[in-house]
Design a protein around this ligand. Structure first.
Ligand code: DIG
Ligand code: MN
Ligand code: MN
Length: 384
């Protein structure tokens, strides 16, 4: 039986806010006492995680004095040194404080947009100091409840201005950080923009330094938009922009549930893991999720272990898929090979226009996809 124990090679990471989630929700107060960043680092080491991520204020409270900041950072570094846990990613909280009630980079208030830049520069400094290589931008408040309030063209312009400014800031300081933009269609704003990974990929091409900007697709967020997460991830990978990924789970047509990875849509999780392993994805595998509100901290550890275990079980299932003779024979039968016409020439066009097709015969060519998919279901259910 394969050993499903996580190792550093898996690059499994958790944000401070994930296992540190105290169980507050819009309809209920916290159910778990807060635990410190140092305690979280030790918990992550205990369950076998490789990395820990943070928003600036997960680590350093927004009103901390410089002396308090330095002490907090020193204690955090000590915990990292003691455990070997690393910091792959950092990000800015631009959504909790009331100052960001109408957005941060896309607020209608230029003072707020300027403050958001200042806060992000300081958070980038902190992330770089702790060794982060990826900097995530999730615009939780970048959106509207009424389109009367904000012209999306202004929002896109202001978001572009901010990212261009911050790209230059990173380059000016030689930080070597890459930016990863994370989309979400709604919540907490009525509509958030850019709303999906696809929208972000298009937006990146309008920036001054697109080469240093990629995406951080999140499973729950693409599912909230009713999309196939693996397809979004594949398009990001195809564009060379899959710099980071937020793994979790999510029932469709629900608020952002941030469930344990593999806990709800096991088939989508399988095809996602299969894709990442097939292409040799080598960036962090971040579980942006949290335990049920019903959990105590022992169950929070079970949540974290479950995220990593499910990924490793599905990784083993993907290996079995690749080695399954019946599945591979079917795939060989199905895949008819490279396109007959790919590169244009006048001759190729003329030959193709002259070619006779039997359209009815083409239409009669059935595919054994039911048989193939049942083999996958058998594999996932463990009867194959
Ligand atoms: C929510 O899905 C967002 C925030 O938690 C954070 O900014 C980002 C980093 O993973 N994900
Ligand atoms: Mn989420
Ligand atoms: Mn996320």
């Amino acid at each position: 039986m394969t050993n499903f124990t996580p190792s550093a090679a898996d690059k499994f990471s958790f944000g401070l806010w994930t296992v540190g989630n105290v169980g507050r929700d819009p309809f209920g107060e916290p159910v778990r006492a807060p635990i410190s960043p140092v305690e979280i680092v030790h918990m992550l080491a205990e369950v076998g995680a490789w990395g820990v991520n943070f928003h600036d204020n997960d680590l350093v409270p927004i009103d901390a004095t410089p002396q308090q900041r330095d002490k907090i950072v020193a204690d955090f570094k000590k915990a990292l040194d003691e455990t070997g846990v690393v910091v792959p990613m950092a990000t800015t909280n631009l959504f909790t404080d009331p100052a960001f009630r109408d957005g941060a980079f896309t607020s209608n208030d230029p003072d707020v947009r300027a403050y958001a830049l200042q806060k992000t520069m300081n958070a980038i400094d902190l992330g770089a100091e702790l060794g982060a290589e990826t900097y995530v931008f999730w615009g939780g408040r970048e959106g509207t409840e009424t389109d009367a309030a904000k012209n999306p063209l202004d929002a896109l312009k202001w978001f572009r201005e901010a990212l261009n400014f911050l790209s230059e800031y990173v380059m000016d300081h030689g930080y070597g950080l890459r930016f990863a933009l994370e989309a979400k269609p709604n919540e907490p704003r009525g509509d958030i923009f850019p709303s999906t990974t696809g929208h972000m990929l298009a937006f990146i091409e309008t920036l001054d330094h697109p080469e240093m900007v990629g995406v951080n697709p999140e499973m729950a967020h693409e599912h909230m938009a009713g999309l196939n997460f693996m397809h979004a991830v594949a398009q990001a990978y195809d564009a060379g922009k899959l710099f980071h990924i937020d793994l979790n789970d999510q029932n469709f047509a629900r608020y952002d549930q941030d469930f344990r990875f593999g806990s709800h849509n096991i088939k989508q999780a399988f095809f996602l893991v299969k894709f990442l392993e097939d292409v040799g994805y080598d960036n962090p595998r971040h579980f942006d999720a949290h335990a049920y509100r019903t959990s105590d901290y022992e169950d929070v550890k079970a949540f974290a272990r479950g995220c990593m275990r499910s990924y490793l079980v599905l990784k083993e299932k993907a290996r079995q898929f690749r080695e399954d003779k019946e599945i591979q024979a079917l795939l060989a039968e199905i895949h008819g090979g490279e396109s007959q016409v790919s590169k244009y020439s006048a001759e190729a066009a003329a030959q193709l226009k002259a070619r006779q097709f039997d359209r009815v015969e083409l239409g009669n060519r059935g595919k054994p996809y039911e048989r193939l998919d049942q083999l996958v279901v058998d594999l996932i259910l463990g009867v194959r």
